[in-house]
Design a protein around this ligand. Structure first.
Ligand code: SF4
Ligand code: SF4
Length: 334
């Protein structure tokens, strides 16, 4: 016998900041490729854990002086070190009590679907009729929502009452039957302020078009995302208008990519911890959202000083500013 309270206490002692539990019936109606019951048909519970992205890990990008810290400590280290260790150790604890448990983190490279849930061509085929194509991808934010950790914001980012948009998720699937938490119905976090839309450097979040889904009987809506636009912009790139514009990174989506005003780097820096390359530092969906939520005083993780202490910077990549680069010249955003 193992209880939800015991599992949550152990998860917290292992480093999770927030823990919630979902029963598997909450995935009724989920797309086959994203249904965790395809991974463990006998699963009874999904344990979702939120791991905070420290506000300090974003300070260097906010100041425009130290970008690698968010990629390394903000989410790369969480994704590839801290979360795997925690979900593995929690799984061991559960297996020591006689219930199979699967630790799952951000490990989607082998998935059969893209970020929007569409089958990618020529990846894999089902091992038997009726089963999903390997690899099934459990949508971690949706899992966290179904485990009661928070709400899905307009940006499609999970917002928790503790940290707003500032966390990453790890999960454990288990055959142990644990008392589920209710879906989050606490104070509304996203007030549709649209700061995420306005400040996203890639204009990747539509201000008009939305996506509506039903999750465990609850209507959820978010702004339509242009994943390609985010993919380019979050690295600090933008589509070049001509061949004379400096190449920032390899061609993407058939376009030459040049530097945007949201990167101070001549060339895109190499990835840290496999996928750490977020030069934009979540300018819209993370930092602007966090600033908005903190200004409204709706988050539990409070600070003595506001996060935003000066106007956001923009880099001037024009030839005229070339001399200024040497002095680290930046100009203020409008
Ligand atoms: S990560 Fe950056 S580019 Fe992508 S949606 Fe968020 S703010 Fe926009
Ligand atoms: S920035 Fe505003 S609209 Fe966007 S997710 Fe956050 S609270 Fe919602």
């Amino acid at each position: 016998m193992i209880t939800a309270a015991e599992v949550k206490q152990v998860a917290r002692s292992l480093g999770a900041d927030v823990v919630g539990i979902a029963s598997m019936d909450r995935w009724e109606g989920a797309p086959l490729q994203m249904d965790p019951r395809q991974i463990m048909p006998e699963a009874k519970s999904l344990i979702a854990m939120a791991f905070r992205v420290m506000r300090g890990s974003l300070r260097g990008i906010e100041e425009g002086t130290f970008f690698s810290n968010y990629a390394a400590m903000g989410y790369g280290g969480l994704t590839y070190l801290y979360i795997p260790l925690t979900v593995m150790n929690l799984s061991k604890y559960i297996e020591d009590r006689g219930y199979e448990a699967i630790p799952i983190g951000h490990q989607h490279e082998w998935r059969a679907v893209d970020g929007e849930g569409n089958l990618r061509g020529n990846v894999s085929r089902p091992v038997a009729p009726g089963r999903a194509c390997p690899d099934v991808m459990t949508h971690l934010r949706i899992a966290a929502y179904l485990a009661g950790l928070g709400e899905i914001g307009y940006s499609k980012v999970l917002l928790t009452p503790q940290f707003g948009p500032r966390q990453r998720i790890g999960i454990v699937l288990t055959e142990a039957e644990l008392e589920p938490d209710p879906i989050y119905e606490g104070p509304k976090l996203c007030n549709r302020c649209m700061a995420c839309v306005k400040e996203c450097p890639g204009k990747a979040i539509s201000g008009e078009k939305t996506v509506k889904v039903t999750l465990a009987g609850h209507e959820v809506e978010w702004g339509e995302l242009d994943c390609a636009a985010c993919d380019i912009a979050f690295r600090g790139g933008q589509i070049a208008e001509g061949d004379d514009e400096a190449q920032y990174t390899e061609d993407m989506y058939g376009h030459r990519i040049t530097r945007s005003p949201y990167t101070p780097f001549y060339r895109k820096p190499r990835n840290l911890y496999n996928t750490g390359q977020a030069v934009c530092g979540g300018r819209g969906c993370l930092r602007a959202c966090m600033v908005s939520l903190e200004n409204r005083d709706v988050l539990q993780n409070k600070f003595e000083k506001p996060f935003r202490r000066q106007k956001p910077w923009l880099v001037d990549w024009s030839d005229d500013a070339a001399e200024g680069f040497k002095e680290g010249k930046v100009k203020e955003a409008d």
